[in-house]
Design a binder for this molecule. Structure first.
Ligand code: ATP
Ligand code: BTN
Length: 271
């Protein structure tokens, strides 16, 4: 018997659909036992545009990815790893604010579950008491006809093993069990996240980030704190003022202001 693979119950897709209620029809959900990366699975074979959002969930993800080829570590039954294919109409305001909107949907979900001190680290991390609980990887693919296929990958820690060693992690990490005690089932969590995500992505696709900006700012993990933003040939140190109407990070440097668009840059406390 392979003891490195603890049994994880099959997902209850009926319970998932019931939890989604009337929104169930807006999603096509595929839940596999194992794959390398849920983002790659969708990107490698983009489902046809049938008007629904396509969700790909994996109980085990063997090669989860973060940005710049970094790893996302997950443990079967102790992590939620999934990706959502969301199509934006031609001309929609996609790249800059998208991972912020997704972070906001995750933050609102966690708060409704009773988690407190949820903050957002620009551009793509969800923190609880300063520790990373969830990461987001958005990858876009332009399509014929001008639509933009955005694959939104989400990894959420449900219960980290006591000896979890996370590579390249400068800060601390946490999980839902530590923050909440009792964790809802993976199906209930997924339904709760999708229920927040759907209206926010619809609003974002229709009118951009502007209307969601203030809600994001309220959760900015680095509001008015000294930060250093580096990578992609950029190295800026200053005070974090938040984000603009497009989701770009605003950093005050002396008397001036730097606007940083979400590229492969990292945001850190500047101490
Ligand atoms: P940065 O810190 O530069 O902003 P990031 O936090 O946005 O980067 P990515 O660049 O997307 O992260 O890379 C993923 C990173 O997430 C990994 O380098 C690792 O440090 C961290 N990580 C991997 N698995 C987990 C996990 N289960 N929980 C928390 N953090 C993780
Ligand atoms: C980050 O840490 O900032 C991004 C991590 C994103 C991880 C998720 S897990 C589901 C999806 N599939 C992947 O390979 N990556 C994302």
């Amino acid at each position: 018997m392979d003891t490195s693979r603890p049994p994880v119950p099959d997902p209850d897709l009926t319970a998932l659909a019931a939890a989604l209620g009337s929104l169930a029809a807006a999603f096509d959900i595929r839940w596999v036992e194992e794959c390398a990366s849920t983002n790659s699975a969708l990107l490698d074979a983009l489902p046809e545009n049938d008007g629904r959002a396509h969700v790909f969930v994996a109980t085990r993800q063997s090669a989860g990815r973060g940005r710049r080829g970094r790893q996302w570590l997950a443990w079967p039954g102790a992590s939620l790893t999934f990706s959502v294919l969301w199509r934006f109409a031609p001309g929609a305001p996609v790249p800059a604010g998208l991972s912020l909107v997704v972070g906001l949907a995750l933050a609102c979900t966690l708060e409704k579950l009773g988690v407190s001190a949820v903050t957002l680290k620009w551009p793509n991390d969800v923190l609880v008491n300063g520790a990373k609980i969830s990461g987001i990887l958005v990858e876009v693919s332009p399509e014929r006809g001008g639509t933009l296929a955005a694959v939104i990958g989400i990894g959420l820690n449900l219960r980290l093993p006591a000896d979890a060693a996370i590579p390249d992690q400068g800060g601390s990490v946490t999980d839902l069990t530590r923050e909440l005690g009792e964790v809802p089932s993976r199906e209930m969590l997924l339904a709760a996240i999708l229920s927040e995500l759907h209206p926010m992505l619809t609003a974002y696709g229709g009118s951009g980030f502007g209307l969601l900006r203030e809600t994001w700012q309220q959760r900015n993990a680095f509001a008015n704190l000294p930060v250093r933003v580096s990578g992609d040939g950029l190295d800026v140190t200053g005070s974090c003022l938040g984000v603009d109407e497009e989701g770009a990070l605003l950093v005050r440097v002396g008397d001036g202001m730097h606007r940083v668009y979400a590229g492969d840059v990292s945001l850190r406390h500047a101490s």
